[in-house]
Design a protein around this ligand. Structure first.
Ligand SMILES: Cc1ncc(COP(=O)(O)O)c(/C=N/[C@@H](Cc2ccccc2)C(=O)O)c1O
Length: 456
């Protein structure tokens, strides 16, 4: 019996449309070889992102009917606030429309020009808001995270020596907070251990430096702690999550991942001064402090989704499906980031296309090839996503040149995973024929969303 069989059955389905190769050739050309620019009607299996693409439960849909759309004081807000307090442990909550809304509030409230913000590998919107507020981002993740072939249990860990060195170099007073991500998206959905989180807390507290968690996939992170960390083998995900968050001063959160909603987020904190500042600023950017850019119905669905996200059988099935796809690809020796992360398989585009320079955009090329092959949409997570250095304007050259096959929660079946695996294999068999791309349009901000390319 497969140990991770889903603890739910399907009640509602949404028809999928298949396309011909000719249709896909026209569609990807119209999209400038950028999968973000494809209309979803031309996508068969959509693995672009796990963000906002998750299936809600019948309880969450029922919750949508309980939307209290009062402008101020919505009952759904108070239920959401209470649920966040219960499961994440923070005292104060500022609702936002999604994660980057919280990142904006946190960065604007705590960062001043000349500050330095260390984090375990960059994330695109997170670093953008830190730099926009005038900070310099510093990657303090362990070196192992930059090696896609290395199978280590907690590649999301912070390298304490790197953090201590930065504190010595710039001084604690110029570090408003350390940003710790759980899991680490750009490293391949890699977890950080409880022991490492505790150690980061001890080091930073010695210098009076705060920690703000990017808790976007912290429940998935909790499963890895339960599976891989001494002493947590029979601890509930809810208890692991609560302890993990207790080593931070607050968190930014995208409700579109772990909490199983299509929109939503929050900034949570135990710091009274930050709460007052962010609660005041939220009315400028997101909406009143009791809805933050969400409808009442969305806040209700997110509160319910939080309670569902910590169910062990659900989380084992969610991560189990990702591992299943990894096992299929493994049988053909296809290169992807080891170990398999929480929310997707990250194909190693350098391993696919050793004949392409990074400036020919191997990951962008592979994402386009996979779409052409079978209408499967993936996301570039390489040099295009890494963007340009804020100071020099030069392209960042990340060691990881990846294509992310991101598995939405409770959406696709095992048969869809089989189709995805066979499509990746077909691309792998044709890998020598890949020619690379040239960027023909480069947006100013977060270029990967809207950049356009042409085949070389
Ligand atoms: C670890 C982490 N922290 C914050 C956020 C922002 O949250 P939000 O503003 O999207 O709600 C995200 C969003 N990640 C999504 C969507 C995305 C966003 C930017 C570029 C590509 C894709 C993805 O990885 O697909 C995240 O993963």
């Amino acid at each position: 019996r497969r140990s991770w069989a889903e603890p739910y059955k399907i009640k509602v389905v949404e028809p999928l449309r298949t396309t011909t190769r000719e249709e896909r050739e026209a569609a990807i050309a119209d999209a400038g070889y950028n999968t973000f620019l494809l209309p979803s009607k031309d996508v068969y299996i959509d693995l672009l992102t796990d963000s906002g693409t998750n299936a809600m439960s019948d309880r969450q849909w029922a919750g949508m009917m309980l939307g209290d759309e009062a402008y101020a004081g919505s009952g759904n807000y108070y239920r959401l606030e209470d649920t966040i307090r219960r499961f994440y442990g923070y005292r104060h909550v500022v609702p936002t429309h999604q994660g980057r809304g919280a990142e904006n509030l946190l960065s604007q409230s705590l960062i001043s020009p000349g500050h330095h913000v260390p984090g375990n590998m960059y994330f695109t919107t997170t670093r953008f808001h830190q730099e926009k507020a005038g900070a310099t981002f510093h990657d303090i993740i362990v070196d192992e995270a930059h090696d896609p072939t290395l199978d280590a249990p907690f590649k999301g860990n912070v390298d304490l020596a790197k953090l201590a060195a930065l504190i010595d170099e710039v001084g604690a007073e110029r570090i408003p907070y350390v940003c710790v991500a759980a899991t680490v998206n750009m490293a391949g959905g890699q977890p950080i251990s409880m022991a490492n989180m505790r150690a980061v807390r001890e080091l930073t507290q010695r210098h009076g430096i705060a920690i703000y968690l990017d808790a976007t996939r912290a429940v998935e992170n909790a499963l890895f702690i339960r599976e891989r960390e001494e002493g947590y083998g029979s601890t509930s995900l809810a208890d692991i999550l609560l302890e993990f968050c207790s080593y931070s001063d607050g968190c930014t959160m995208s409700g579109k991942k772990d909490p199983l909603t299509n929109i939503g987020g929050w900034l949570a904190t135990n710091d009274e001064a930050l709460f007052e500042e962010a609660r005041n600023l939220v009315v400028v950017y997101e909406g009143l402090h009791t809805y933050g850019g969400m409808a009442g119905r969305d806040m209700e669905a997110m509160a319910i989704g939080i309670t569902e996200s910590v169910e062990l059988a659900y989380m084992k099935s969610r991560v189990g499906q990702v591992r299943y796809l990894g096992e299929l690809l493994d049988q053909w020796g296809i290169p992807f980031v080891r170990p398999v992360g929480g929310h997707g398989i990250f194909l190693d585009a350098r391993g696919f296309y050793p004949h392409l320079d990074q400036e020919q955009f191997p990951a962008q090329t592979l994402a386009a090839q996979l779409y052409l092959e079978a209408g499967v949409r993936a996301m570039e997570r390489g040099i295009v996503s890494a963007g340009r250095d804020a100071a020099t304007g030069e392209n960042h050259h990340p060691s990881l040149e990846l294509v992310r096959l991101t598995i939405p929660r409770r959406v696709y079946t095992q048969a869809h995973m089989d189709v995805v695996a066979e499509s990746v294999k077909a691309c792998y068999d044709d890998r020598e024929a890949a020619r690379g791309l040239r960027m023909t349009y480069e947006p100013k901000y977060l270029r990967f969303f809207q950049a356009r390319f042409e085949p070389l």
